[in-house]
Design a protein around this ligand. Structure first.
Ligand SMILES: [Fe+2]
Ligand SMILES: [Fe+2]
Length: 213
């Protein structure tokens, strides 16, 4: 009994530590960051603020991805699923760092609401995983599909105006498509339509808030 309580406490402390590391992430140099050798674009104040708003949304999206993947890995039924999810989380962590680097370059800050979105996503990821690994993978498929589609909106919005942000978004989009396909190959099932609607609604709220604060 004591061992079980200790193990739960250890898990909770590990997850809390993971959350702090994501929410208070310090930007790290990454030699493989897309677009880092490109010339900085000449953006006016309005364009800079708009691009920063979009990159802040994407950064918060990656905070959510960390929470979802960490929660789903923690609750995964088998070790292969857990390893799969943690591997994808590592790539999402690169995305988080790239978005944060670009925000630094634009002189902008990450969203002040990131801790809330981490906790929200962690709860949602845990709930998805309760229904088993196939549903959990299904949740990854739908999440990645929605992220891929909103990245396309941002890619179209930025256009040729900012090649540096564009290079990051395009690489992220390619990775998200692969994450979705990997989850499908691992046996993920299609989620019911109402669940997809709720996910779309929550992501709209996240985007609206993170663009501003
Ligand atoms: Fe990502
Ligand atoms: Fe992804």
């Amino acid at each position: 009994m004591r061992n079980t309580a200790d193990s739960i406490t250890n898990k909770m402390m590990l997850e809390f530590d993971r959350m702090l590391k994501v929410v208070h992430h310090q930007t790290q140099h990454d030699a493989n960051m897309p677009g880092q050798n490109l010339e900085p674009p000449a953006l006016n104040t309005k364009q800079t603020q708009h691009t920063a708003g979009l990159m802040r949304i994407n950064h918060t999206g990656e905070v959510c991805a960390q929470a979802l993947y960490n929660a789903q890995a923690m609750m995964a039924r088998d070790e292969a699923t857990k390893a799969h999810l943690l591997h994808a989380a590592q790539e999402e962590h690169d995305h988080l760092n790239w978005c944060q680097s670009r925000l630094d370059e634009l002189g902008a800050e990450v969203s002040k609401t990131n801790a809330f979105w981490y906790l929200h996503s962690f709860a949602v990821g845990s709930l998805a995983a309760v229904f088993g690994d196939k549903i959990s993978y299904g949740f990854v498929i739908e999440t990645e599909r929605q992220v891929e589609s909103h990245l396309q909106e941002h890619i179209d919005d930025i256009g040729s105006q900012d090649a540096k942000s564009l290079a990051i978004l395009k690489q992220m989009q390619a990775d998200e498509i692969r994450h979705g396909q990997d989850a499908k190959d691992a046996g993920g099932v299609e989620l019911p339509e109402p669940v997809k609607w709720v996910m779309t609604g929550m992501s709209k709220i996240m985007k609206m808030v993170s663009y501003r604060i």
